[in-house]
Ligand binder design. Structure first.
Ligand SMILES: Cc1cc2nc3c(=O)[nH]c(=O)nc-3n(C[C@H](O)[C@H](O)[C@H](O)COP(=O)(O)OP(=O)(O)OC[C@H]3O[C@@H](n4cnc5c(N)ncnc54)[C@H](O)[C@@H]3O)c2cc1C
Length: 391
């Protein structure tokens, strides 16, 4: 590839959101550069279950189907879940969601992140109007007519628009000088794969504890992927704890719901913060996914929101002449279409976190009563679930 290659759009970051965006844009007649140092993602058939998994909503499933990536996911490693059971660890409040009650086959699928990326990368390869550069963004400058992009391998590209799909520490966002509003939760999400005495029953289990929620997500091979939100120092302590002690604490934390629990993988913990970029567009620059926002993982919505960003941007760019792709007015339409939902989801997650972290007994009683009331009200319950499913 020679220097100074011209494209319509440069996408920086080719994990789930960036790759899905590239495939969706490639369905239009656009020349796309995708910059991703970890391309292509590959998972061996017999590779152990990855620690990072996501609950992929039906909305995101449809997006993956529309670009031909869904059927590339190995059936024996994707886990549809039919039920979700949420309960309060300090009382008798509970809420149970059932796909059958809503007349749908499942509420979503639990899938390893790398499997989704690998399926997307296979699709990326099939588009001859996507050029992948397996390197990192170094810098870029924006002028009246175009954006000039320098890659770490010294290749320079030009385009009408640069899109940052480069995650939490987005360089696209940093170089644009866009501030990030950060709300540190002082918590970490501890993740691991575990085996349970009782079967997971195709159910996503979530127990709210004063220290944070504990989720058991059902995997296709009968094990569960856990996301255990804990104060940061406690998470660090639990990472180092012997397996025996960890298993005992984890079994207790889930209230013995699935019998004894045994960890079957390494343990890892990710610091959690709510983040919102002050703006998600500038002239010739747009942000999507974690580059634009991160939220608490308690409702498993992060990547699903990112996919909605990607499709929101595609719909705004559809039918725009290539010269106008980076116009501020065009990009503002994307920003207006996404800001409301992204902020609302962030605030809702923070509200849940505060509500369930509260040990003041009147709040506990109200919370438990409220959960049980909602559990009895199918229309309210179904509407909550439809929202979470992106429908
Ligand atoms: C513990 C935990 C559990 C979670 N569970 C869920 C869940 O159940 N459901 C859900 O929807 N979400 C979940 N999330 C959130 C979800 O993982 C993220 O929202 C999602 O992975 C973000 O995807 P992305 O493509 O925007 O960014 P990323 O996955 O962060 O990808 C960014 C990409 O950009 C590339 N990149 C970075 N810098 C550069 C550069 N300079 N040049 C080129 N490329 C670059 C990186 O290599 C990377 O591939 C969870 C998060 C955590 C922490």
């Amino acid at each position: 590839m020679s220097d100074n290659v011209a494209f319509d759009i440069v996408i920086v970051g080719g994990a789930t959101v960036g790759s899905l965006l590239a495939c969706s844009l490639a369905q239009q007649d656009l020349r796309i550069a995708l910059i991703e140092p970890h391309y292509p993602a590959q998972v061996l058939d017999d590779a152990p279950t990855e620690l990072r998994v996501s609950a992929i909503s039906p909305y995101s499933q449809e997006a993956l189907e529309n670009i031909g990536a869904w059927h590339l996911l190995p059936e024996n490693r994707i886990s549809p879940y039919e039920f979700m059971h949420v309960w309060d660890g300090t009382g008798d409040g509970k809420i149970h969601f059932s796909a059958a009650d809503m007349g749908i086959p499942c509420l979503g699928h639990i899938i390893e992140n790398t499997l989704v990326q690998s399926a997307l990368h296979q699709r990326v390869k099939s588009f001859n109007n996507i050029n992948v550069f397996s390197t990192s963004l170094n810098s870029y400058t924006v002028d009246e007519d175009e954006v000039s992009v320098l890659l770490d391998n010294d290749v320079t590209l030009s385009a009408k628009l640069i899109i940052g799909a480069d995650g939490v520490r987005s360089k696209v966002r940093e170089l644009a000088g866009i501030d990030l509003r950060v709300n540190p939760y002082f918590q970490k999400g501890l993740v691991a794969v575990v085996e349970t005495d009782l079967p997971h029953q195709d159910t996503a289990w979530q127990r709210f504890l004063p220290t944070g929620p504990l989720a058991f997500l059902p995997l296709a091979n009968g094990t569960c992927s856990i996301v255990w939100t804990l104060p940061s120092d406690q998470a660090d302590y639990y990472l180092k704890m012997s397996e025996e002690d960890f298993n005992r604490r984890l079994t207790e934390a889930l209230g013995n719901k699935l019998g004894s629990v045994r960890v079957k993988s390494q343990r890892a913990a990710f610091p959690l913060s709510g983040r919102q970029a002050e703006s998600i567009v500038q002239k010739r620059v747009a942000l999507v996914g974690d580059a634009a926002h991160t939220i608490h993982p308690l409702a498993g919505q992060g990547v699903n929101l990112g996919i909605k960003d990607a499709l929101g941007l595609v719909s705004v760019l559809t039918d725009v002449v290539p010269q106008a792709l980076g116009d501020y007015d065009v990009l503002r339409r994307y920003e207006r279409s996404r800001r409301g939902e992204n902020l609302l989801t962030e605030k809702t997650m923070e509200g849940f976190k505060l509500l369930f972290g509260n040990t003041f007994s009147p709040i506990q009683i109200l919370r438990n009563t409220g959960l049980n009331m909602v559990d009895q009200l199918d229309p309210v319950k179904h509407s909550l679930m439809r929202h979470a499913m992106g429908l």
